[in-house]
Write a protein that binds this ligand. Sequence first.
Ligand code: PHE
Length: 338
Amino acid sequence: MNIKEILDAVQAFEIQSAHDLESFRIQFLGSKGQIKDLYGALKNVPNEDKKSVGQQINQLRQIAEDKFASFKLTFSDKNSDEDQLDLTRPSSDTLIGSHHPLSLVRKEIIEIFNRIGYVVSEGPEIEDDWHNFSALNFPPEHPARDMQDTFFVEKGENEMALRTHTSSVQVRVMENSTPPIRTISPGRVYRNEAISARAHCFFHQIEGLYIDKNVSFADLKQTLMFFAKELFGEKATIRLRPSYFPFTEPSAEVDVSCTLCNAKGCNVCKYSGWLEILGCGMVDPNVLEACGIDSNVYSGFAFGMGVERIAQLKYRVTDLRLYSENDLRFLKQFTPGN
Ligand code: PHE
């Protein structure tokens, strides 16, 4: 057996288990192992070569011992006496995750409204017809109740729906408290839509509600103006376009000046200089009455926005599906303050 052959065998030996490791030790390093035999055979080597051959065997033994030691760490029995827990060993790196972009934006929006006295309210995602539609002044034949928009579910005897907006939470708040009311309702909502880059069957909303004596449309405009400047920067301006919602009258859709191109026109704002961000209006007296609030004494406004939409504008996300695919390459890019 020559040294070179044993060296090759040491290097080629595959160690994939503790059992392999023990075979390796016996074959090469054990008291009857091949390296021991080499030392034994040294006495037959001519004197003038003894020194260099001895060095070669030492090198070989070192290589075999190093290989053994590195695999021993991998396969060592954690409970054995010789491998005690070493409390002084540095710990392995801990992976610190990052925040989901929707969580970051939701938090930022909530904080802005907290600063002007709005408190967060939450409610169930599976709702009855009353809270999602009827109390909100949806006529019985309104298309939003249609199977195409709403996911209906059976719950015992009752037909329930996955809420299509978080206005349902505001109905609950109005039913259970007396004005003044200042609340925002963040949460997940569901609509029966085909999934594409621009639509999803679930998304997140933050809706706001303010009810008190003498609340006017001017209060609504100022509140939204404050919000837009806090979120998009001092230069942001808003415009309101007339719109329709069953639960508000008058109703409006709100655009914010495109902060990406300073309202000069770009492909995100489709060269209009404006981005649509939310719907709003004065709460319809029918809604107040349905929730037990005297509409002769109180008035109020409501608004609602999609968190995905705002995040899209802040982070220029072009495909809605990215938010729910859990691709780490996408998620890792978001850190608070970005
Ligand atoms: N609930 C509406 C929607 O989901 C948004 C909205 C809320 C509009 C409050 C006006 C007032 O689209």
